[in-house]
Design a protein around this ligand. Sequence first.
Ligand SMILES: [Zn+2]
Length: 274
Amino acid sequence: MKKLTLAMLLSACALPSTQALAWGQEGHRVTGYIAQQLLSPQAKAVVNQLIPNADFAQLALYMDQHKQELKQQLPGSDKWHYNDEPVCNGVEEDDCPNGNCASNQIERYSKVLADKSAGKAARAQALTFLIHMIGDIHQPLHAADNHDRGGNDVRVRLAGSSKVSNLHSVWDTALVQQALNGANEQSWAAQDLKYYARNIPGWQSGKAMDWINESNQYARSEVYGPLSNFSCGQAPSDVAYLDRTYQTAGAQLIKQQLAKAGARIAMVINQALQ
Ligand SMILES: [Zn+2]
C-alpha cells in the first residue's frame, strides 16, 4: 500500500480546491483555526516537529481535497467522514461497515498520533485525518442518515432562493455561510472562541461516539424534525421548504458545533501528544 509522505501532506496546503466539500471549506477552516488556538504548549511543540508551520485551517481540508486518491491508497477511507446513525428509533442502519466510519477511524488514528514509535509521516497523517474527521462528525448530517445518503437525497428550497438544493449541502455549506455572514473565517473563529470560552472546558470530554450521538440528536431535533414532509426511513418525494426560522436556528447551531469541533480536535491532539 502506498503511504502518504510528509511531502505529500505539505504539498496539499498549496493546492487550490474546486469542488464543493463536506462541512464546506469554510466550516473546516473555522474548526482548524479554533483547534490550533487551543493546543497545549507541549502539543504545539510536537505538532511543529511533525509538520513544521502547520496550518490547521488548511490541513482540515486535506481529506476532502484528496478523497479519490486516498480511497485508492486506503480503501474505504471515503467513508471515514461520517457514521450512518438512524434518525428514527427502530430503523436499522449499518453505521460502521467493515470499520469504515468516522468513530472507528478517530479512535484508530488517535492511537497512531500518540505512538512515539510510529514514523513521523504516519503521525503527521494521523494528525491531518483527525483534524478533518472530528470536524466532520459535528455536522449533524455526518452523524445521521434516514436512508437518504445523509440528507443528500432530500430536496429542499431555502426561503429567499428559487434554487432547489439538498439538505446535506444546506448544512455543509449554505447555513455555514449564513453563520459567517461574509466575515473572514479566521476573525470569525476568534470571535466564536471568545463567545464560547466558558463552554469549552465542559465540551472537552467524552469521545467520538459521544459526539456522534450528540450530533445525531441535533439531526433529529433541528435538521429533520422541523421538515413538514419528514418520514422515517426514506427521503420525501417532494421538495421541503426551509423557512427563515429554520435557517436562523440552523446557523446558530452551526456556530456552536464549529466551536465544539475545534475544542474537541484540540482535546484529542493535546491528549495524544502529552
Ligand atoms: Zn469530510
